[in-house]
Design a binder for this molecule. Structure first.
Ligand code: DAH
Length: 364
């Protein structure tokens, strides 16, 4: 595109033509000196908007019949000059100005990119996963936008079950026309992946599921509406509660040090029977009692239990081998956010998602 404008000619007599073409010739020489070869070529010879095209349109075509020959001759001379200048420019390469504009000062310091590092939650989840990987577990995954069926119903939380109230759920809008079981929500726990994996493969199963979960929580120092869980599921013949205890006791020692002790308390989850809460001896005071463990010497770490036969019955709809008369299993779920807070002395869970580099760079 050219930024110059070719005015209409006021008159077409020889004097007017000479003056107009002389002015253009001067401009062509000046442009050839100022512009690099490509810019000059575009400015003058550009097929749609080059100056020669403009001159041809405005002066030659507009010239009255008696002046056409005179204008045409002068145009031919100008065109030859422009072509010559363009050729010389291309042969001599870019001019000084053009070179200066492109120059690269290699002595300038570069733009230093910050090195990435594993997020503390990712690191904690990877540590948990590798402890179980060493015991033969593989990793399962499932969607964060989940159906009511997988998140609740198949986990033995039927519609209207009071335990649904303990997981204040964020639902996707405008699905009233769908049957309840197909309605979408943000998964409130990683447990639905138990069902997704069992539907995909018959027993035996040993999986851990690290992932993000969502609940309608008011955010404060220890609660976040977005947090994480690592789910575990082991299904085989003759799996007993002592397998659950031995596996989790080993895992806690691998994660927090071999001096850590574990103990189990009765609890309730709809998807396990019996259910338990696992506590570990306080990793700060070794069990003597301190502020962190509220002087109890123990810290509650996860929920677990033997897989409820009702859950196996849902899995058996797709995989008949989940027959609770022939197989059994245990499951557990833990919160890596809390574990990371303990491990790294983080007092506000919101820091994990805040994206503040002053916080994150401490883990680099
Ligand atoms: N899904 C439970 C929750 O979010 C955690 C949990 C408890 C998972 C016990 C389990 C389990 O697999 O056996 O509160």
């Amino acid at each position: 595109m050219t930024d110059d404008f070719i005015p209409n000619l006021p008159a077409f007599d020889d004097a007017a033509l000479d003056a107009a073409f002389a002015a253009l010739e001067g401009k062509a020489r000046a442009d050839a000196a100022a512009l690099d070869a490509e810019a000059f070529r575009l400015q003058w010879l550009g097929r749609k908007q080059g100056l020669l095209k403009e001159v041809s349109d405005r002066w030659l075509k507009a010239a009255p019949a008696h002046a056409k020959k005179a204008a045409g001759e002068r145009f031919k001379v100008l065109k030859e000059l422009v072509e010559k200048l363009a050729e010389e420019g291309a042969a001599s390469g870019p001019g000084d100005d053009a070179l200066r504009a492109q120059a690269l000062d290699i002595t300038l310091p570069g733009t230093r990119r910050l090195l990435g590092a594993e997020h503390p939650i990712t690191r904690t989840m990877n540590e948990i996963v590798s402890v179980f990987a060493a015991m033969g577990y593989s990793v399962g995954t499932g969607p964060e936008v989940e159906t009511d069926y997988y998140n609740f119903e198949s986990m033995n939380l039927p519609p209207g079950h009071p335990a649904r109230d303990t997981q204040d759920t964020l639902v996707i809008a405008n699905q009233e026309r769908r049957p309840l079981r197909d309605r979408l929500l943000l998964r409130t726990h990683t447990s639905p992946v138990q069902m997704r994996v069992m539907e995909q493969q018959p027993p035996p199963i040993r999986i851990v599921v690290p992932g993000k979960v969502h609940r309608n929580e008011a955010d404060d120092a220890t609660h976040s509406s977005i947090f994480h869980q690592v789910e575990g599921l082991c299904v085989d013949t003759n799996i007993t509660f002592s397998d659950l205890k031995g596996t989790l006791d080993h895992a806690m020692k691998a994660l927090f040090g071999s001096a850590v002790k574990t103990r189990f308390f009765p609890s309730f989850f709809p998807f396990t029977e019996p259910s338990a809460d696992l506590q570990i001896s306080c990793i700060f005071c070794g069990g003597k009692g301190c502020r962190k463990c509220k002087n109890s010497g123990w810290i509650e770490l996860l929920g677990c239990g033997m897989v409820d036969p009702a859950v196996f019955a849902f899995a058996a709809e797709k995989q008949p081998a989940y027959d609770s008369r022939k197989i059994s299993g245990f499951a557990f779920g833990m919160g890596p956010d809390r574990i990371a807070m303990m491990k790294y002395g983080v007092s506000d869970i919101g820091q994990f998602l805040g994206g503040d580099m002053r916080f994150l760079s401490q883990f680099a």
